[in-house]
Design a protein around this ligand. Sequence first.
Ligand code: AIR
Length: 397
Amino acid sequence: MTTLRTPGPTLGVVGGGQLGRMLAEAAAPLGVEVVVLDPTPDCPAALVARDQIVAEFDDEAGIRELAARADVLTFEIELADQDVLERVSEESGTPVHPDPATLETIHDKLVQKRALEDAGVPVPPFRAVEDADDIREAIDDYGAPVMLKARTGGYDGRGNVPVESKADAAEALESVAGPAMVESFVDFEREISVIAVKGDGETAAFPIGENVHKDEILRETIVPAGSSEAVEQRALEVAEDVLEVMDGRGVYGIELFETSEALRASEDSSGGDVLLNEIAPRPHNSGHWTIEGAQSSQFEQHARAVLGWPLAATDLRSPTVSVNLLGDVEESRDAELRNLDRILETPAANLHWYGKRQVRPLRKMGHVTIAGREGETTDELLETARELERSVTFTAE
Ligand code: AIR
C-alpha cells in the first residue's frame, strides 16, 4: 500500500539541468520532492527543486549528502559517475535507479552496441576502431560513407564524424579524441524514438515520435510519427527488448532509424524496419512532447518508476509537435530571449524556458510544444511551431 506524508518522498537527482527541472515540475503534484546536485549555482532545476547541492557530478562527499537526504537516487545526465554512485548507494542504503551498471554499458557506445546486439536488438553493422585501417576496412565492407563515433563523451552529436572516403580516414580519426568505433551509415527513411519506462514489474512506452535533427542536434519531434502501424509495432517490440537489457527502473530514451525502402529491399534487411541508434538511460529531449501531448509525461513516469510506484497511462491525447529553442549565437553571452510575444499569443503553444543564465551556440535553452486541437494535423502544427521558433532570437539587433 502506497502512503503519502508531507514532506513526501525525496528523489536525489545527479544533474540539475532542464531534465531535472522538468522532473521536479512533474514530481510536485505527486507530493514528491526533489533535491538536485549540480556544479552550476542556480542551475535550471534549482527554481523548482526543494534544494540544490552545489558539487561536481562525481563529488563523492556531495553525492553522500544527496543520498542522506533522498529516498532514492537517480541521474539526469550521463556524466554521473557510476563507481561513486554504486559506492555511496551501498554505504548509505539509498537505492539508485537506473542501476549505475547501466551507465557503464551506455557510456561506451561500443559496449552498448555489443550488449544490444547480443540481446538480439537490430543494430547497424559496427566495429571497434584501433587505427585508420579499421575505418578503411569498414568502408570496404559497408560502403562509404561510414559514421565514426567517439566511444565515450559524445553528447548532442559531438564526437560523430561521417567519413566519406578512405582518404579521409586518418584525419577523421584524429578529430575524434580517445577510443572510437565505426558504424555503417544508415540510409534511413526517418528517425524515430520510443520513450520507454521500466517500472516495478511492469513496463510502458509512449507512442513513437518522429525526430528531425540538424547538425546532429534534435530540432523537432512530431507525434504521431509518419511511420506505418507495422513500423510502430516493430519499434515498440525493439524497445521492449532494449528494456530487458537495461538494469534498473526508470525512463529510457531509445533512438531508432526507420530504414529506407531501399535498405529494406536489399539482402541486408535482417534487422527488419528499424535499427537502434542510441539509448539514453534517462528522460530524453524527444520525449518533452509528453508533458502536454500524452496522458502522463516522461518525467512523471520517471518519478513513479524510480520510486517503484505503478506507472501511469501513456496514450496520446492529441497530435503534438515540439521544437527546441537553441542558442542562435556565435559566442557565449548572457541569455535573453527576444520577441517572445508570438509564442505567448499563440493559442495552445506551451513555452518551456530552462532558465540557463548563459546562451551558447546551439545550447538547448528551451522548447515550445503545441498540442493539436480538434482537426489540426501534425503538418499544420509543425508549420506553426517552426514559425514560432523562427520568431525568437538570442541575438541583439
Ligand atoms: N541533458 C543531459 N544529457 C543530455 C541532455 N540534454 C540535459 C540535462 C543536463 C543538461 O542537459 O538536463 O543537466 C545540461 O545542459 P547544458 O546546456 O548545460 O549542457
